[in-house]
Design a protein around this ligand. Structure first.
Ligand code: NAP
Length: 507
């Protein structure tokens, strides 16, 4: 990047959110933008999570962009290599390569209220942008718990999202920490090859059968030649999930029926009542993310697997001490312990109009207007921001809704003319946040009797969206200017006008 490169829009991250934003910007005729990526390739969480067994448990025909259908998905629930390849394909097909800046980790972004633009420091040099879009996502920075004595462990340690493919697990004593969506995919994938697998289960998960199968050649041919079949498939997948929402958000008691399916699923695979007792959750299904697997329970019954119904409390050399006092020897520790979601590190690197960081703004909990704008952070939008997460459907639907909002945001800035910026009004942010918290009261995430990563340190659910994806689409269709303050530069200060929209057609 040159010394003083200026762009209309800078997007941080090149996962589904960042690439989706890039496609949408081009479709809006905007080509004056960059996508800043800390790694050397696109894909975000689908690049970083390459652990054995990694796949998405939202069907691929729904977990993909509406504007980039893929008739060739190999399975209902495609694996990480296919999803990553899909994102590479999107980058190629939609002409995004010229906009991508790899190894350009954003070190800091600061709002310049005089020039009405963002000053951005990256690992590849500085640039400025009229609008900053954070598409880093909530599942990008791995969380390893602060376990006393971990530094004394003489073996191998890594996180599920930073799998060390050079480390040979064959015959090793492996401790898997956690029983979330990542761990339950890893366990059956590595169990056949490791010597001993010790699973530290702090909280048992609800696990349902996974209706996975190959997509046949005939289906693929139909989807490629008759697009309506593809659309119908996606529509059905979407509709089923929309119908499930009210049970999560309004009538959690209805989920009791689903618990019966979960218990039967376990009974079929686990014959030992003592093991079943360990694995049976004591909270309402859906309170934590529901997990889908046909191979997790069977793997736990194998002779080389121990389920330790305790958290990892301490490490003493090669010995792992559970919160139940148990002691387990291991050669390797794999942390499937999730991500920094409600304390996302990018928030520490973005400084707004009042000189405070987004992390400081969010010190009492994340909040933003319609999942995107935070007051005091003008011309800044977060994709998959606060209260946009889904438990049962495709996040790509939410991202595409936010891209509608982003497109209208840029359109409004155009209409308003040159030297102007949009800053969410604090009262609008507070009203939206209160609305979210009110709706949260009846949800299974609040009433289900569990602790989960949906909740922040204060017990507030600042991550999940308490409604249907259709509702979110409606709420983000347009920018309501009444919810924003219009900022102008101080009198006498002139800044360059924003780059005009080009006529260049998108793909
Ligand atoms: P996660 O859901 O946050 O799970 C973290 C696990 O680590 C939990 O079981 C947690 O226990 C456990 N843990 C934390 N500290 C521990 C300790 N000291 N001792 C023992 N256990 C400890 O993380 P994740 O599995 O990586 O999944 C994160 C999200 O990524 C998912 O919810 C999902 O949205 C997404 N994901 C999706 C897929 C998919 O589509 N199949 C796959 C992977 C990830 P507690 O439950 O007691 O807190």
């Amino acid at each position: 990047m040159s010394e003083r490169e200026h762009v209309r829009v800078a997007v941080i991250g090149s996962g589904f959110g960042g690439l989706g934003a890039a496609v949408r910007l081009r479709r809006e005729g905007i080509t004056d933008f960059v996508v800043l990526e800390r790694a050397g390739s696109v894909g975000g969480t689908w690049r970083d999570n390459s652990y054995p067994g990694c796949a998405c448990d939202v069907p691929s025909h729904l977990y993909s962009f509406s504007f980039a259908p893929n008739p060739r998905w190999p399975r209902n629930f495609s694996g990480q290599p296919h999803i990553r390849a899909y994102l590479e394909h999107v980058a190629d097909t939609f002409g995004l390569r010229p906009h991508l800046r790899f190894h350009a980790e954003v070190e800091h972004a600061r709002w310049d209220g005089d020039a009405l633009r963002w000053e951005i420091e990256t690992a590849r040099g500085p640039l400025t942008a009229d609008v900053l879009v954070s598409a880093t996502g909530p599942l990008s920075d791995p969380k390893i718990p602060d376990v006393p004595g971990l530094a004394t462990f003489p073996g191998k340690v890594f996180h599920s999202a930073r799998w060390d493919h050079d480390y040979d697990l064959r015959g090793k004593r492996v401790a898997m920490i956690g029983t979330g969506a990542s761990a339950i995919q890893i366990v059956p994938a590595i169990q056949p090859e490791v010597g001993r697998l010790s699973l530290f289960q702090r909280t048992p998960a609800w696990v349902l059968p996974r209706a996975d199968r190959k997509i046949t050649g005939l289906e693929r041919w139909l989807h490629a030649t008759v697009p309506a079949t593809r659309a119908a498939r996606r529509g059905i997948l979407w509709g089923i999930r929309e119908l499930q929402v009210s049970a999560f958000t309004k009538r959690p008691n209805e989920l009791g029926l689903v618990e019966a399916v979960g218990r039967a699923h376990m009974r079929l695979a686990v014959k030992d009542p003592a093991l079943r007792a360990k694995l049976t959750p004591d909270y309402r299904i859906g309170c934590k993310r529901i997990l889908l697997s046909n191979s997790y329970y069977p793997a736990l019954t194998k002779p080389n697997v121990d389920v330790i119904a305790a958290g990892l409390r301490e490490v003493d050399g090669a010995t792992l001490i559970g919160s139940d006092g148990s002691r387990t020897e291991a050669d390797a520790i794999v942390f499937g312990t999730g991500f920094h979601v409600t304390d996302m590190p990018i928030a520490e690197r973005v400084t707004g109009a009042d000189g405070i960081t987004l992390a400081e703004r969010w010190k009492d909990g994340m909040e933003s207007l319609r999942g995107g704008s935070a007051d005091g952070f003008p011309n800044f939008l977060t994709l998959i921001g606060p209260n946009t997460g889904l438990g049962n459907s495709s996040m790509i639907l939410m991202i595409e809704s936010q891209l509608n909002y982003l497109a209208d945001y840029l359109h409004q800035l155009d209409v308003l003319g040159g030297e102007i910026a949009l800053d969410a009004r604090p009262e609008a942010v507070a009203a939206w946040s209160d609305h979210m918290q009110r709706r949260m009261r009846r949800t299974v995430w609040t009433t289900g009797g569990c602790d989960s990563w949906y909740l922040d340190a204060n017990g507030r659910n600042t991550t999940a969206w308490p409604g249907t994806t259709a509702e979110f689409r409606r709420e983000t269709r347009r920018v309501d200017l009444a919810e924003y303050a219009l900022l102008r530069p101080p009198a006498g200060r002139r800044t360059p006008a924003p780059a005009a929209r080009t006529e260049e057609a998108a793909v």
